[in-house]
Design a protein around this ligand. Structure first.
Ligand SMILES: Nc1ncnc2c1ncn2[C@@H]1O[C@H](COP(=O)(O)OP(=O)(O)OP(=O)(O)O)[C@@H](O)[C@H]1O
Ligand SMILES: [Mg+2]
Length: 284
């Protein structure tokens, strides 16, 4: 389990371009065993993209990512699977399979990666659903549960294999304050209690300050600020202060600049042409 004092995650010089625009532009940081790193930053600044690179589902334009001391950036899919057994990922959308029940979704990693019996899997599924407050919802399908419930099912699935490392994209978005506190307590129990390492993307500052041991704020393709929660709270950077206080006016612009959107223009279709096409098909 220990990584010989080495960091659990090493991100080094990570660059990711979409078209000409570098969404991530030379990002470097480490995450150590037992840490809970909260990544924050404005909508569209690249948080989910960064997570996708950290789990090896996207390849960087340049730079490297190491998990558990092994570089995953150059790995083939088959090699990444071996590493994937050691971490869980909660996607921002939940990413549940619509044709499977809640219980089957949580069971999926166990069916794919272990030889456990149905009874054993059943027991684990019940335990994980209980952890996220969803006992008794096993047989429902994703379209029969709320957005916040989908998030919690996604978390239960991410925890199914008892990972050493958890990546979590907005685990508390769409949850009420009480359920947010329940999920934060669960995170604390797994990290502080059991030594799990976590990387959590969050907009929810109450939750972020409750769970973080380290924080990174992303912006303009880079790291605007990083440090302990106390250091971030005391930051003299006006962007950090605007973000953590949720103020509408400040240095963070409401819209991406024209320049940042430029790369979209060459693929721009005629206005609404596709939408009209579908509309006529449906009604005509
Ligand atoms: N596959 C892709 N192709 C082109 N552009 C992409 C792709 N994925 C992400 N982007 C762009 O990268 C930028 C960052 O997107 P990302 O989803 O990482 O933002 P985010 O910080 O997670 O935002 P939010 O807080 O709203 O979830 C956006 O401008 C998005 O349009
Ligand atoms: Mg996102």
């Amino acid at each position: 389990m220990k990584t010989n004092g080495k960091p659990m995650i090493e991100v080094d010089g990570l660059v990711r371009k979409f078209g000409d625009r570098a969404v991530l532009n030379d990002i470097s940081f480490n995450v150590h065993l037992g840490d809970t790193l909260v990544i924050m930053g404005g909508s569209g600044c690249g948080k989910s993209t960064l997570l996708r690179h950290m789990i090896g589902s996207m390849k960087p334009t340049s730079g490297t990512v190491k998990l558990f001391g092994e570089e995953i950036t150059g790995m083939k899919e088959r090699e990444i699977i071996r590493i994937r057994l050691r971490f869980g990922m909660l996607f921002q959308s939940g990413a549940l399979l619509a044709s499977l029940t809640v219980g089957e979704n949580v069971a999926l990693p166990l069916l794919q990666h272990t030889n456990k019996s149905d009874d054993e899997i059943q027991e684990i599924v019940e335990q994980k659903l209980q952890m996220v407050g969803l006992t008794g919802f096993e047989d429902l399908r994703p379209d029969e549960i709320s957005g916040g419930m989908k998030k919690r099912v996604g978390l239960a699935r991410a925890l199914a294999l008892d990972p050493e490392l958890l990546f979590s994209d907005e685990p508390t978005s769409g949850l009420d304050p009480i359920m947010t506190a329940v999920i934060d307590e669960l995170t604390l129990k797994l990290t502080r209690g059991k030594g799990m390492t976590a990387v959590v993307v969050s907009h929810d500052m109450t939750s972020a300050f409750r769970i973080a041991t380290r924080m990174i704020m992303l912006g303009h393709g880079g790291i605007v600020a990083q440090g302990t929660p106390d250091e971030i709270r005391a930051s003299s950077n006006p962007e950090v202060q605007q973000f953590i206080k949720g103020e509408p006016d400040g240095p963070i612009p409401l819209n991406l600049s024209q320049d940042e959107h430029e790369h979209h223009q060459h693929v721009k279709p005629r206005p609404f042409v596709r939408a009209r096409h579908r509309f006529h098909h449906k009604t005509g």
